[in-house]
Design a protein around this ligand. Structure first.
Ligand code: FNR
Length: 366
């Protein structure tokens, strides 16, 4: 029997419910990782290798964890990251996430492969609600240019170019479940082959020749901040700063691309000391995603120097199991956890979070 919503006390609880109530193909698509899913599991467990060094006797009566990401003020330092095919889990799809994001004043990143059309998702936003766009780059650059310029014209405030997916990873769970209806906006250049699972069926338009040489072209066609999503080593963060993009997401695509890619939080621990040594830590905004399930995970990432974190599957699971009230509750649980976490480590605002508050000796790099 399905537990009532109030019986979900944390983000993992939604996953357990979703596994039981979702359609098999949808569960397979959302939950799968690449190959042996080692990276997918590591994303979550990497956070378990970091411990807190809380401060005591700090006035934590009032806690303020509002923050700014790419110039946008948010209630809490996470955003709803781009996840394709929202209608697999719920008939309303991504617009449901738009409404939940509005309610909690967090940013939503709109996926190229959304089930709802881009305009439907933009139209679902209210007032000054901010949305970003995730871009898979089409081999046909005219199509890409149209998509990007349309997004800017519609008021998107950030362009996240996915750079970790020149070819879609093998998600075998997804491939095994026979996939028939993508319900997504398949782009020109796609040959749909359903025998390879949902992901591969809709992604053959993606350009594997995309390279650093293309970045100036993106900078020439849009004024939106450009963020590279899927950076996995410090050398590439430095290069991103040198080419003048505004941000990077340290991410392995939720463990769905290269298995044995390191977790974003591990990469963050590699990146920040190098940037600080060069005095470059304020030249770029660094985001992390993958395996964030607790507010303490968010706090750890911010202590290490991230500006914010992306969260994917938990909102898909809460949406699929309970609709919008589910996503609302998931976000509220994170806010409640955040208030307590900040208080217990002895910080009353985001600017107080710093590396001395975490012990990272358990991470493999240290
Ligand atoms: C994704 N992700 C993703 N990323 C992207 O750039 N474009 C996309 O279309 C998708 N689609 C997608 C679908 C599903 C079902 C998942 C689970 C993930 C990756 C996503 O943006 C993010 O990197 C991870 O989801 C973060 O990990 P968690 O929070 O899901 O553990």
């Amino acid at each position: 029997r399905m537990p009532i919503l109030e019986q979900c006390y944390n983000l993992m609880d939604f996953e357990a419910v979703a596994r039981n109530v979702m359609k098999k193909t949808a569960w397979a698509y959302y939950s799968s990782g690449a190959d042996d899913e080692i990276t997918m599991r590591e994303n979550h467990s990497a956070f378990h290798k970091i411990w807190f060094r809380p401060r005591i006797l700090v006035d934590v009566e009032k806690i303020d964890f509002t923050t700014t990401m790419l110039g946008t003020k948010c209630d809490i330092p996470f955003y709803v990251t781009a996840t394709a095919l929202g209608k697999l889990g719920h008939h309303e799809g991504e617009v449901l996430l738009t409404r939940a994001a509005k309610k909690h004043n967090v940013v939503q990143m709109i996926p190229t492969l959304a089930s709802c059309s881009f305009d439907e998702i933009m139209d679902a936003a209210e007032g000054d609600q901010v949305q970003w766009m995730q871009l898979y780059v089409n081999k046909d650059r005219e199509i890409t240019k149209k998509i990007v310029q349309h997004a800017e014209k519609r008021g998107c405030k950030g362009l996240f170019i996915t750079v970790d997916a020149p070819q879609l990873g093998r998600r075998e769970k997804d491939m095994r479940s026979k996939f028939t209806d993508t319900g997504s906006n398949v782009q020109a250049g796609s040959q749909t082959d359903n025998s390879q699972g949902a992901a591969r069926a809709i992604s053959s338009f993606i350009d594997p020749s995309l390279s650093w040489k293309d970045i100036p072209w993106f900078q020439s066609i849009t004024k939106m901040p450009i963020i590279l999503k899927g950076v996995q080593r410090v050398e590439d963060v430095i290069r991103a700063i040198e080419v003048g993009v505004q941000g990077v997401v340290l991410s392995n695509h939720g463990g769905r691309q290269l298995d044995f890619a390191r977790s974003g939080i591990e990469v963050l621990a590699e990146v920040m000391p190098v940037l600080r040594e060069r005095g470059w830590e304020n030249r770029i905004e660094i985001f992390v995603d993958g395996g964030v399930r607790r507010a303490t995970d968010i706090i750890k990432a911010l202590c290490l120097g991230a500006k914010g974190v992306g969260i994917g599957r938990p909102f898909l699971y809460s949406m699929s199991a309970y609709g919008q009230p589910g996503v609302d509750r998931a976000m509220q649980l994170l806010k409640d956890e955040m208030e307590m976490g900040m208080r217990l480590i002895g910080c009353s605002s985001i600017d107080q979070l710093n590396p001395t508050l975490v012990d990272t000796r358990g991470l493999s790099m240290h």
